[in-house]
Design a protein around this ligand. Structure first.
Ligand code: KG4
Ligand code: ZN
Length: 345
């Protein structure tokens, strides 16, 4: 028998929110294809994600997206070693489309099925373009639904150091964008508007959580922005959107950087990564880069396409689960409020 090492090729599916995505990933870090069908245009009409419309769009697009992912990788279903899918957290109807599809494909093609935690996927996105990155490292996960400061102790082993007590960072961006009339999705719109503004024009509060220095709170800064806008209206002072956007963005990113630096200092782990949609934010990326450089910390971040929702990151996370022998049964179900590190049964 030949002693050559076999490649592991995984078809990954992601449908937890408003992107229908499929990817083919070889050996965890080599993305052979990464297809994303975004629903942004649809949800923009309503100012935010409408869950039922998201599910309906996923079911319309999912087969096409998977076919494109296989074609772009120049592979067939038969070439896959496993089928992976996000099974939580996320919108239940949206998750169910991906989970049902993955189960049908894996069952008919007789392939192992691997359910993946969406946030683990975001964290694992850092492995794709950083071949040298290995655990342990710290990761700040900042998405539309989550804000977590995590210690990645090993592949698939996560310890949560801090989390948001109320709104997620991305959620705050989305709500503030709506309040100043920038529309959905808020993050990129705030970032763009902020380029013309003064980040020191308005002093918005940075919440400190006294009993856990790594926890976050963003509802206070969001309310402060809303109060500021109301105050301007009442006093008939002009509302300068660019200054509000820049000052709000500074308040949020300053806190994210401060907490990450505190965690780096205390843990003595000299590697920090960022992940999730808000990790695409240039001010956060540059601020974190500078803070890390000053302290001699190695800093990792995915390119923006791997920050926002995609299936390549799910294929990467699935690879390490595959190696550790994790497999799911045909009873895999969507878990909308799945916790990081939560066991399947
Ligand atoms: O990770 P993601 O695509 O989906 C979730 O898992 O939630 O994150 C989406 C979030 C949204 O709140 C969006 O406004 C935010 O990421 N976002 C940004 C930027 N791009 C996306 N926030 C700040 N700056 C950006 N450039
Ligand atoms: Zn996400």
């Amino acid at each position: 028998m030949e002693g050559r090492q076999e490649d592991v090729v995984i078809l990954a599916i992601e449908s937890s929110c408003d992107e229908t995505a499929a990817a083919v990933v070889r050996n965890g870090r080599e993305v052979l294809s990464n297809i994303i069908s975004s629903q942004i245009a649809l949800h923009t009409l309503y100012g935010g994600v409408v869950p039922e419309l998201a599910s309906r769009k996923h079911i319309e697009k999912i087969n096409q997206v998977i076919e494109e992912a296989l074609a772009a990788a120049q592979m067939r279903l038969a070439d896959m070693d496993a089928v992976a899918v996000t099974y939580g957290p996320g919108l239940v109807g949206a998750l169910l489309v991906g989970v049902a599809e993955a189960k049908a494909i894996a069952y008919t093609a007789k392939k192992p099925l691997i359910g993946v935690h969406h946030i683990e996927g975001h964290i694992n996105a850092n492995y794709i373009e950083n071949p040298g990155l290995e655990p342990p490292f710290l990761c700040l996960v900042v998405s539309g639904g989550h804000t977590h400061l995590v210690k990645v102790a090993d592949y698939g082993v996560y310890e949560i150091l801090g989390r948001t007590r109320d709104d997620a960072a991305g959620e705050a961006f989305d709500k503030v964008a709506r309040a100043i009339g920038l529309g959905y999705p808020g993050g990129p719109k705030i970032e763009k508007a902020a380029r013309e503004g003064n980040p020191n024009a308005i002093s918005f509060p940075k919440a400190k959580i006294t009993d856990n220095p790594y926890d976050f709170s963003f509802s206070g800064v969001k309310s402060a922005v809303l109060n500021y806008i109301n105050g301007c209206r009442m006093k008939q002072i002009p509302i300068v959107e660019a200054d509000i956007a820049a000052s709000f963005q500074k308040a949020v990113t300053d806190v994210l950087i401060e907490h990450a630096m505190a965690a780096v200092k205390e843990s003595r782990i000299k590697k920090l990564a960022i992940a999730g949609g808000v990790a695409a934010n240039g001010v956060l990326r540059r601020g974190m880069q500078e803070a890390c450089q000053r302290r001699g910390i190695e800093f990792f971040y995915p390119t923006p396409i791997f920050c926002t929702d995609n299936a390549a990151m799910i294929g990467t996370a699935a690879y390490y689960e595959y190696l550790s022998g994790k497999r799911d049964g045909w009873d895999l179900n969507a878990i909308p409020n799945l916790k990081l590190g939560q066991a399947r049964d």
